[in-house]
Ligand binder design. Structure first.
Ligand SMILES: *Cc1c(COP(=O)(O)O)cnc(C)c1O
Ligand code: SF4
Length: 344
């Protein structure tokens, strides 16, 4: 199947989701209200998977109608650090480039769920303004392509954008954050891979939440990228009903390293509207991470992070293994036993 066929057969209506058994006709009236607020799209690859932990990520749910007071339209503050349209520059050495609002799938928990799916890619004039900003701001050494999903752009367009970024001479690395290699692996074509194989190193962070998402076709897509010299990392959102237990995460992280992907971040869920049913507490997240420490290879351990609501940045949120007590430190080992440590 080529990428065009895949795009044509994506499920984008409640009729199609009902036919695929992803939603129930009895809930149609309420789900019509959900889809009026939050777009639906599921690729055939993901619609074909039976695991509840996969289905819950894409099937609209009536609980999305519950909007809690603490939930925000822009939970991580993308808009509060935008020097030019399309660019978020919060940390000195790196900036995020929003190249499109389209995705191959619309995840029910997405922190950009109120803007994803709107029409339009970054316009030529906007990209030119981004290049001007970067040329005038050489402290930015890394540009991070995001969206939506940057890999819905054509290989030709991406290659042309990368050429112009490379020509600035100020960048050390370009990074992509994408779900495409997992949810629409056929889009990782020979042409796309060739466009990414260049002098300016391209790193890729794959968004993946459940072990079953790494299908044989996804594994082949990861292998094609790996062969082209693209270092592969992963990011996972900790989600109730999807992966918020040590066994599921262990299976996911083990599968990732088998496919040459280094688990990078485990994100505490963001305060996106209508996503309360997915959220876990920080204490639950810390318990899961503590359970994996010692039991799972170090190269398979991601960092557990929280994006502080309001645009204050991402920080590791534990669990903590070290605390100060008087003139010494107390260190907790992977089995939970405490040890004294004294600085020289
Ligand atoms: C998450 C994020 C980054 C990337 O952060 P890393 O810790 O380097 O992965 C960069 N800019 C913004 C605005 C972000 O939200
Ligand atoms: S692919 Fe990423 S940006 Fe798109 S809906 Fe899913 S989480 Fe959001």
């Amino acid at each position: 199947m080529n990428s065009l066929d895949a795009a044509e057969s994506a499920l984008t209506t409640l009729d199609a989701l009902e036919r695929a058994g992803l939603t129930h006709p009895a809930q149609r009236a309420a789900l019509d209200r959900v889809t009026a607020s939050f777009r639906v799209r599921v690729t055939p690859e993901m619609a074909g998977l039976a695991a509840q932990g996969v289905r819950a990520q894409f099937a609209p749910d009536i609980r999305e109608l519950t909007i809690l007071p603490e939930e925000l339209a822009d939970p991580i503050g993308d808009a509060s650090h935008a020097p030019v349209p399309g660019l978020t520059h919060r940390y000195a050495d790196r900036a995020i480039l929003h190249v499109t609002k389209a995705c191959e799938v619309y995840c029910r928990f997405c922190f950009r769920r109120e803007t994803v799916g709107e029409a339009g890619q970054l316009a030529e004039a906007e990209f030119a303004a981004v290049l001007d900003y970067l040329a005038a701001t050489p402290a930015v050494r890394e540009v991070i392509f995001t969206g939506g999903d940057p890999l819905v752009l054509s290989a030709r367009r991406l290659g042309a954008m990368l050429d112009r970024l490379e020509a600035l001479g100020t960048l050390e690395v370009v990074r992509f954050h994408t779900r495409v290699p997992v949810v629409a692996p056929d889009r990782v074509s020979a042409g796309l891979v060739a466009a990414l194989d260049r002098a300016l190193p391209v790193w890729m962070v794959i968004h993946v939440n459940h072990p079953d998402e790494i299908t044989p076709a996804a594994a082949e897509a990861l292998r094609r990228l790996n062969r082209a010299g693209v270092p592969l990392l992963s990011q996972t959102v900790l989600l109730r009903g999807v992966n918020a237990d040590a066994d599921t995460l262990e299976a996911l992280f083990r599968k990732l390293i088998r496919h040459r992907v280094k688990p990078y971040y485990l994100h505490h869920p963001d305060l996106a509207k209508g996503t309360g049913h997915f959220r876990v507490t920080l204490a639950e997240g810390q318990r899961v991470m503590a359970a994996l420490r010692g039991r799972l290879s170090g190269i398979a351990q991601p960092l557990y992070v929280l994006d502080i609501p309001g645009g204050h940045g991402k920080v590791p949120v534990g669990p903590a293994y070290l605390r100060r007590e008087g003139d010494h430190w107390v260190v907790t080992d992977p089995q939970g036993r405490e040890h004294l440590y004294r600085d020289l």
